[in-house]
Design a protein around this ligand. Sequence first.
Ligand SMILES: C[S@@+](CC[C@H](N)C(=O)[O-])C[C@H]1O[C@@H](n2cnc3c(N)ncnc32)[C@H](O)[C@@H]1O
Length: 196
Amino acid sequence: MAFFYDPFMKTLEKVLVRNRTELINHIHGKVLEVGSGTGVNFELYAQKDAEVYAIEPSVPMYKRALKQQQKHAPNLKVFNIGIEQVPQQTDMPKKYDFIVSMLVLCTVEEAEKAAKIYYDLLKDDGKLLVLEHIHSTGTWYGKFQTLVNPLWKPFADGCNLTRRQDYILKNAGFVPVEEKYFKLGTDWYQAVMIKK
Ligand SMILES: C[S@@+](CC[C@H](N)C(=O)[O-])C[C@H]1O[C@@H](n2cnc3c(N)ncnc32)[C@H](O)[C@@H]1O
């Protein structure tokens, strides 16, 4: 998947880069990027007054992310770990001003657990930046997603088409201060969230 990810996403990224930039423009201080993949956001962090800690558990993705880091982001460190390992990590901050969750809660095995970890890792006045594709609940397309998800998931490295990350994050105690739903192939959720 690491090999195909950037070419596969190329057309979509021409649009998504605007959403990514809009969210990443908020950042400063200590930032955690969860599941950075090939490092698609790294260039956007380069000019920011921020100390960025990116985590990525897949070794092939991590290796690509490292190359992106060397090319674009001296203010960023990449760790080859998943979100579940962050609280035990001694060489990473215990709390963050911003957590970036983009196209990742679809893939994390236990999304509810991950959302709780986000909550614990975010400072009380911190912000969670979210860009996730979500299940098109209640539509014929949503029914189609439910039908193809068992085939899609192994093909797309564990990505689920049938999750509602907006509900998962709100149930974990996050409140949106900005949110928008939009369509781009499927339904998407973009938000800036704070702790309740
Ligand atoms: C669809 S990719 C998205 C990559 C990138 N965030 C982006 O916006 O393009 C999902 C990524 O989440 C990572 N991932 C899966 N489980 C994870 C976990 N438990 N903790 C952190 N990242 C995880 C995968 O390895 C993969 O690189």
